[in-house]
Design a protein around this ligand. Structure first.
Ligand SMILES: C[S@@+](CC[C@H](N)C(=O)[O-])C[C@H]1O[C@@H](n2cnc3c(N)ncnc32)[C@H](O)[C@@H]1O
Length: 497
């Protein structure tokens, strides 16, 4: 079973060394909530079955496109096209502009030209995301700056490669956005192995990809298969790491592999890499007719929406529907502002600056365990230290242990209330809208589910704290473990201020 739109693409794939088990895997349209176009099992497939194999040269990256070579490696670097995604975006625009001369013509024809991601939403729709951190993470301004400062200058410098008459068709800012969104929602971070694509022979660093932007990530070495896997993850182009990191990973477009959808907890196939090829291998038995799901790393709805333009809506343990991987962010400056309103202390800004210099988090991430992140407790306690204690903390380069004492508890209660108030609507309002307006536009529907997930975490965490406060009558609550102040707390993360 296949789709007419994919026929030419599949024969291109096979005639270029790609292998696909068309007895086992087909392509069809699922319901939009199941991902739309995706892969289906045509028969019962056992675990560890290779569904398809992609030779590395068929992947599209700055290492496989001919453009960087033609542009000149030195000029490529001078235009900073070796940093972030702008180089790959330019390669994709150029390959697209080559039409029949591009090796990837049949592949590029399968890629979407329209996206449901908030990057393309109207101002009215974006208002639905007020209170969430999605809007500030869209990176519209960064993308615009990259396009004008790097890409367009590079384009203008080589009219032989980028004919002026093709600029409006193939090299416009809109085209740049389309290619960027294709990378955001479909690329893989592929580690280099041995000689293939590795022009500097550097060893790969499995950790490096964690901070580099791609839609899919390279995971741990898998002893059982002897190969390594890649799975969907990514970040915005502006957050791409430094040069060393980029040397280890090629952000690559991987034909066929990017036709697989993903849903929380549903993964049954994964992309693994070997020296000369990438392989999509089943990680579970899949029954005939079932969808073949890759993983996008079980992301929260905020990230799914920002990167892929969809949200996961599943039954939640207990009641309600949403994404079990949801999170909500609280900025450290909200903790500071709340403290400043309640206290006479004049040294809190100094303390926050010290906290950040010491590597403390500037954003706290709460999840569906409804726990207050330990780093948030520690920061709160730092603000309450006496002058002597504050001196000692600096001397020892050690912020306070994350013991949720009554001062910290009371402040965090107010912080949570303030964070909840940042949304223009309440949980009840949202639930009511969902009941009252069936068939509402997709953007609004997805935005409501996304923000509901965040509010649910805040409300439940607040409730837990209230209960803890009552139970202890203002006493000290000892947490299970006091983490080292080394940024290893999994429930916190760094974000731009
Ligand atoms: C890697 S592509 C997967 C193939 C894609 N459906 C296609 O037609 O080419 C990722 C895109 O698929 C869609 N998608 C994947 N999983 C989904 C899901 N669980 N629900 C809704 N859409 C999904 C989103 O549009 C996402 O940006």
């Amino acid at each position: 079973m296949s789709l007419p739109e994919l026929e030419e693409f599949l024969s291109w794939f096979q005639s270029n060394g790609g292998k696909i088990d068309l007895d086992a895997i087909g392509f069809k349209y699922f319901a939009p909530t199941e991902g739309g176009r995706g892969a289906v099992a045509l028969k019962n497939i056992e675990k560890d079955h290779t569904l398809f194999t992609i030779p590395r040269p068929l992947t599209l990256s700055t290492k496989t496109s001919l453009l960087p070579e033609k542009f000149g490696p030195r000029a490529w670097k001078e235009h900073k096209l070796d940093k972030g995604w702008s180089g790959l975006i330019l390669c994709m625009m150029w390959e697209d502009g080559q039409a029949f001369d591009s090796k990837w013509r049949c592949y590029l024809a399968t890629l979407p030209t329209a996206f449901d991601t908030p990057m393309f939403w109207s101002e009215k729709d974006l208002k639905e995301l007020e209170g969430t951190s999605v809007v500030e993470k869209l990176g519209k301004e960064d993308a615009e700056r990259d396009y004008h400062d790097k890409v367009f200058r590079a384009i203008q410098s080589r009219p032989d490669l980028f004919p002026p008459e093709s600029l409006s068709n193939h090299y416009s800012f809109d085209r740049y956005h389309v290619m960027g969104s294709r990378i955001l929602s479909r690329s893989f971070g592929v580690e280099r192995v041995g000689i293939d694509g590795d022009d500097d022979g550097e060893e790969m660093n499995p950790e490096a990809d964690k901070s580099i932007g791609s839609a899919m990530d390279v995971d741990e070495h898998d002893e059982t298969t002897g190969v390594e896997d890649t799975s969907i993850q990514d970040d915005s182009p502006s957050e791409v790491g430094d040069e060393g990191e980029e040397d280890a990973i090629d952000i690559s477009m991987v034909p066929i592999a990017d036709l697989l959808n993903a849903r929380f907890g549903s993964e049954n196939a994964k992309l693994f890499y070997e020296e000369k090829e990438l392989k999509m291998v089943t990680t579970k038995r899949i029954l005939a007719g079932e969808q073949i799901w890759n993983t996008y790393d079980d992301l929260p709805n905020s990230e799914l929406l920002r990167r892929y333009g969809h949200v996961d809506i599943l039954p939640l343990p207990g009641s309600g529907k949403g994404n079990p991987a949801d999170v909500v962010e609280i900025r450290a400056d909200l903790v500071l502002a709340t403290f400043s309103q309640q206290s006479e202390s004049t040294s809190s800004t100094e303390r926050i600056d010290w906290w950040l210099e010491e590597g403390g988090d500037d954003t706290f991430v709460l999840g569906t365990d409804y726990e207050v992140p330990e780093a948030m407790v520690s920061l709160t306690r730092l603000l309450y230290l006496s002058s002597d204690e504050w001196e000692k903390a600096q001397e020892k380069s050690k912020p306070p242990k994350p013991k949720l004492d009554s001062q910290a508890l009371n402040l965090i209660l107010v912080v949570l209330q303030k964070r909840i108030a940042q949304y223009p609507s309440t949980m009840k309002d949202d639930e009511e809208i969902l009941k009252q307006e069936p068939g509402m536009p997709l953007n609004k529907y997805q935005a409501i589910f996304m923000r509901l997930g965040e509010k649910r975490i805040l409300e439940n965490t607040l409730q837990r704290l209230v209960t803890a406060g009552k139970a202890r009558g203002g006493g000290t609550h000892k947490r299970k473990s006091a983490p080292a102040f080394d940024g290893s707390n999994q429930s916190t993360k760094k974000a731009k201020r």
